[in-house]
Design a binder for this molecule. Structure first.
Ligand code: SF4
Length: 166
């Protein structure tokens, strides 16, 4: 189990699911599965969310919404795709307006398979997401993230310079 230093706030977005996975997400919040024992708080505000939990596939209408929600979340942030539809497009994959899973528009960190995904698997996915979130937070706090992005910037500038000289 990861050592977490704060309660992760989770936002659930339903892409184009059949509602099967959404009901399982709700089941996670009941006393039977009790996702709150991990300190998880359910929020509807992307600006306060640490983890985006997405169910259902990406279609032409919800693609810009998913992108916007993701961009509104502050760093560090983690995305958990719940159910095969959110992972790959699932049973709706061949539909005329389905683009595929959530990773068609945003980076996905944890994939939770299943149709529908079971509450135990969803909670496991969230806990994995908390671990990734904590790692990113630690990196940000230690300044490692800034250092590596600065190094990336420097090396791309060097490559550009070398290209000009040739
Ligand atoms: S994975 Fe199955 S249960 Fe979940 S949204 Fe897709 S079709 Fe529905």
């Amino acid at each position: 189990m990861y050592k977490i230093t704060r309660s992760p706030w989770v936002m659930h977005y339903d892409g184009s699911s059949c509602n099967g996975c959404d009901i399982e997400v709700l089941a996670c919040l009941t006393p039977v599965y009790d996702a709150e024992r991990f300190g998880i708080v359910n929020t509807g505000d992307p600006m306060q969310a640490d983890i985006l939990l997405i169910t259902g596939g990406i279609n032409t209408q919800n693609a810009p919404v998913v992108k916007q929600l993701y961009e509104q979340m502050s760093d560090p942030k983690v995305v958990v795709a719940v159910g095969v539809c959110a992972c790959t497009g699932g049973v709706f994959k061949e539909c005329y307006n389905i683009l595929g899973g959530a990773d068609q528009v945003i980076p996905v960190d944890v994939y939770v398979p299943g149709c529908a995904a079971r509450p135990q698997a969803i909670i496991d996915g969230i806990v994995k997401g908390i671990g990734i979130f904590q790692e990113r937070l630690n990196k940000m706090e230690s300044g490692e993230d800034e250092k590596s992005s600065q190094e990336e910037k420097d090396s791309s500038e060097e490559k550009e310079e070398a290209g000009k000289e040739e």
